[in-house]
Design a protein around this ligand. Structure first.
Ligand SMILES: Nc1ncnc2c1ncn2[C@@H]1O[C@H](COP(=O)(O)OP(=O)(O)OP(=O)(O)O)[C@@H](O)[C@H]1O
Length: 333
């Protein structure tokens, strides 16, 4: 069994439980994102995997080996911190070779350093100093440094936070490409759902110290385990509803459902809402984004929904009908 397997990990600081039986499965060579709001325990989970914190219970296996009792340096873990944290007095090559041992001037080490710089698209940058690099380049050097000793798992803790929004997209692509080329098993911690969904092979949604659901981005979006996941992964319009005999009744009418029954909430994706002229809804607000627009519609019962539509031409005050396309998600109370 290779990859990373975290099972039933608990950790409390004093009387405060921070991890409460967290589980995470990452196949060999896969990139997993741990996605959750601030304070849910993401960093603590990474620190337990890395060995900086000792779990109170549970197991951590890296590359098929239980590492719970091992010191951090014995775990074969590579770490990319939030800010690149390069050694300012060392060249790029010095930074990347740092973890490769004392014989860092040997030909073998130099070749491995250059190989890792090429993996992150910075071949030939070895003699530069960190201050001569952009933030994105520094982050890629930090990744090369983490990859150099061929770790069993690479841990990335919100690695794009310090970067400008405009730069983030390309650095994400570069980092994903480098991890894939290296064949690395990796865990990325983030509170940014777009980052998790667009980069990761598997996404683990974390809440209050547990992983509430893990799956591919498509699985999480189409079949969220509960209303919390539905609203945290992608946008959702949530309405009070009741369900019986395969039909969900809510402010948008009677909609087909998988067959649950009871009272609760229905979640509808904004792109499932189709607007047509005339009807009982009133356009309240139009936000134009270029590629699409968000139209907020006031419903007759006083609630409102926000639809995503490519069609332009809706104006505040227009009367519209709101139709729902495709299956909806019903969550009983
Ligand atoms: N060494 C510690 N001692 C006491 N409490 C801690 C310690 N480390 C973390 N905590 C607490 O554990 C909780 C979870 O922290 P953690 O950093 O794991 O969350 P996070 O999901 O990574 O949040 P963020 O996205 O804000 O970094 C927080 O309430 C934090 O204050």
């Amino acid at each position: 069994m290779s990859g990373l397997h975290v099972r039933g990990v608990s950790k409390a600081f004093g009387a405060t439980p921070v991890l409460r039986g967290a589980a995470l499965e990452v196949a060999d060579g896969a990139l997993a994102a741990v996605l959750g709001p601030s304070g849910c325990g993401k960093t603590t989970l990474l620190r337990v995997v890395a060995g900086f914190e000792r779990a109170d219970a549970g197991s951590v296996r890296i590359g098929g080996k239980e590492v719970g009792g091992l010191a951090p340096e014995k775990r074969r873990v590579g770490i990319v911190p939030q800010e690149a944290a390069l050694f300012p007095h060392l060249s790029v090559a010095g930074n990347v070779g740092f973890g490769l041992g004392r014989r860092s001037r040997s030909a073998g080490v130099a070749a491995r350093v250059e190989e890792c710089l090429e993996l992150v698209g910075l071949g030939g940058y070895g003699t530069r100093m960190p201050y001569q690099l952009s933030g994105g380049q520094q982050q890629r050097v930090a990744l090369a440094r983490a990859l150099a000793p061929r770790p069993g798992v690479v841990l990335l803790d919100e690695p794009f936070n310090a970067l400008d929004r405009s730069l983030r997209g390309t650095v994400r692509d570069d980092v994903r490409a480098a991890l894939k080329k290296a064949g690395a098993t990796a865990v990325l911690v983030t509170h940014d759902q777009e980052e998790a969904l667009s980069m990761a092979d598997t996404v683990a949604v974390m809440r209050d110290g547990v992983i509430v659901q893990q799956g591919t981005p498509e699985e999480l979006y189409a079949r969220p385990a509960d209303l919390g996941v539905a609203t945290f992964v992608g946008e959702a319009v949530v309405l009070a509803a009741s369900a019986a005999d395969g039909v969900v009744v809510c402010a948008l009418g009677s909609l087909p459902d998988s067959g649950a029954s009871g009272v609760g909430h229905v979640a509808v994706r904004p792109e499932q809402l189709v607007l047509s002229p005339g009807g009982a809804g009133v356009v309240e607000r139009v936000e134009f984004f270029g590629h699409d627009a968000a139209i907020t519609v006031l419903l007759p019962d006083g609630g409102s929904v926000r639809a995503r539509t490519r069609g332009v031409g809706h104006r505040p005050g227009d009367r519209v009908e709101v139709r729902v396309e495709g299956p909806v998600l019903f969550f009983a109370e």
